[in-house]
Design a binder for this molecule. Sequence first.
Ligand code: BJW
Ligand code: ZN
Length: 246
Amino acid sequence: MNESDLARARALVTEAARIVAFSGAGLSAESGVATFRGATRDSDASAPLWTRFDPARLASPEGFATDPETVAEWYAERRRSVQAARPNPAHRALASDGRIVNVTQNVDDLLHRAGASHIVQVHGTLTFDRCHRGCGYRTPVDMADPPGLRRCPQCPGRLRPDVVWFGETLPPDVWEEAVDACAACDLMLVVGTSAEVYPAAGLIDIARAAGAAIVVVNTEAGGAAGTADLELIGPAGEILPTITDG
Ligand code: BJW
Ligand code: ZN
């Protein structure tokens, strides 16, 4: 790790008044939660999800309509894996600085369990189910013993995880909160995301247009956001504790 880049990042963090940490699956990778994209390794349980599974089949309304049992089983497995995971030093670093608004694409609850106070989950959460028919029913899920496919108790619809699938719009109130935070920050830490999925990746452009400095933390060079002010290449769990005040 380049010491002068780390020192520059530390200075940006120290000087910033409002910080957004825009995170993705790489934030939870060191906790053992699989990412979606990235260099393919063995076909073990930590290899990126989209190298082992078809997103159109498992993370889209069309996939759920075609084979809801398979989708429910896949989410039960992922919920068990998140439940077994523990927050890592990167989660704790982001949780420990009260200036940081955590705008995350992650659907796990590891930032919550690390004690972060301000979390905006733009792709929803695995910890709740909601009615796929849209009657408004929403209920917490036992992550240690996740449910299989089940009916909505309020209407003829089926329950599904309270996450955002491909082709679905992001919850408008959550999206608005994310946009407002990004438009008002003077530093954005872009942590562990490929920044390939829109509209979420557009939050980086919103922060940049507002004049914020952009610092990317990623294990891969060029892994996110072409034009960062500073790119720190390495594991988030090693880098973030050294550049934050926590
Ligand atoms: C580390 C590390 C370590 C590893 N330390 N770093 C324009 C063109 C074509 C299509 C579209 C378009 N605009 C929109 C779309 C459609 C689509 C989209 O963006 N597709 C792209 C893939 C092209 N977007 C949507 O459908 C969205 N809705 C929408 O646009 O609605 C309006 C609309 C409707 C219809 C048509 C058009 C518009 C919704 C997107 C929902 C995404 N959902 C998922 C699944 C959530 C539920 C679940 O988890 O099951 O969200 S997909 C998946 O990707 C998940 C993530 O939140 C998201 C982002 O992934 P993330 O977090 O960046 O992870 P990775 O794996 O990609 O990257 C990990 C990174 O970490 C890598 O860079 C590693 O190097 C790094 N890393 N270890 C630091 N230790
Ligand atoms: Zn319902």
